[in-house]
Design a protein. Structure first.
Length: 280
């Protein structure tokens, strides 16, 4: 769940600027529709077009970021459904490049499940919340990281503990709607990357962290309408350091479906195992 906006902590403002210009129109349009009594549901055509433009702007920015620091090989693109609800469950290796690579290489509009607890200033919080809301990217807070600074000490309390449940509730609602609308969603079930400017549980030398099974429960919620069928694509990253740039292999596995597994825990375990296999 630590995704693109968390991924670009080295220069978070860059990620915002990449998409804000066209996205501003989305918020203005949405407010007008709210005032006019527009029924909740899938955004109208104009909003979807503007968000598609914003996605293109973001992809251009991600192209520049990843071209400067990586050489990318992509395997398994044929495994991606061309349309319909899609959830990419990916390994989280690099705080900067993972989200950018996915936005650059996946030939569909993807929404990213974002953790905001890395934020350390109030202006960053206001800016990032606004950007993620207008881009329809679900946001959460990881309780264990709320008040830590980069040196592991207690920092300024930009978020309150009692906000965690509100964020989670809204993120679940937003993510469920995205899947029911047939959109693509990216989740990093490990929650933390291997390469991270902030301390995290992987600092002890862990190559992988156990998957948090919430993403399977999210799929189950989306499918309660008896019409949605979410394709869950296990996705691996393999990074090899080079002299100037990382050599990165992105591997997309064959889709898995919740209906094929009686137990959600078993499905989460199978996905975790396949992500690890795809990352070697």
């Amino acid at each position: 769940m630590s995704l693109l906006w968390h991924s670009i902590t080295a220069s978070p403002e860059l990620g915002v600027v990449l998409g804000l210009t066209p996205v501003m129109l989305v918020r203005q349009r949405s407010e007008k529709e709210k005032q006019s009594g527009h029924a909740p549901g899938r955004p109208p055509f104009v909003v979807r077009v503007i968000r598609a433009i914003s996605q293109c702007v973001l992809q251009i920015g991600c192209w520049f970021i990843t071209t400067a620091g990586t050489r990318i090989t992509v395997e398994g693109l044929e495994n991606l459904p061309e349309k319909g609800p899609l959830l990419i469950a990916a390994r989280h290796y690099h705080h900067l490049y993972d989200g950018c690579i996915l936005l650059r290489c996946i030939p569909r509009r993807m929404h990213i499940f974002v953790a905001l607890d890395w934020i350390r200033t109030r202006w960053q919080r206001a800016l990032m919340e606004w950007a993620c809301t207008t881009l329809a990217w679900p946001t959460v807070l990881r309780t264990e990281r709320l008040f830590l600074t980069t040196d592991g000490q207690e920092g300024e309390r930009i978020f309150r503990v009692d906000e965690v449940k509100k964020y989670l509730r809204n993120a679940v609602k937003d993510a469920t709607l995205l899947l029911r609308w047939g959109e693509g969603l990216v989740i990093f079930p490990e929650a933390y990357p291997n390469v991270d400017p902030d301390p995290n549980p992987k600092d002890c030398g862990a190559a992988f962290l156990p998957f948090r099974a919430g993403f399977v429960r999210l799929v189950a919620l989306a499918e309660r309408d008896k019409q949605t069928r979410v394709a869950i694509v296990p996705t691996g990253f393999c990074y090899t350091p080079g002299k100037r740039r990382w050599q990165v292999t992105l591997r997309l596995g064959t889709p898995l479906y919740r209906q094929d597994y009686e137990d959600a825990t078993v499905l989460a375990s199978v996905i975790e195992e396949r992500v690890q296999e795809l990352s070697h």
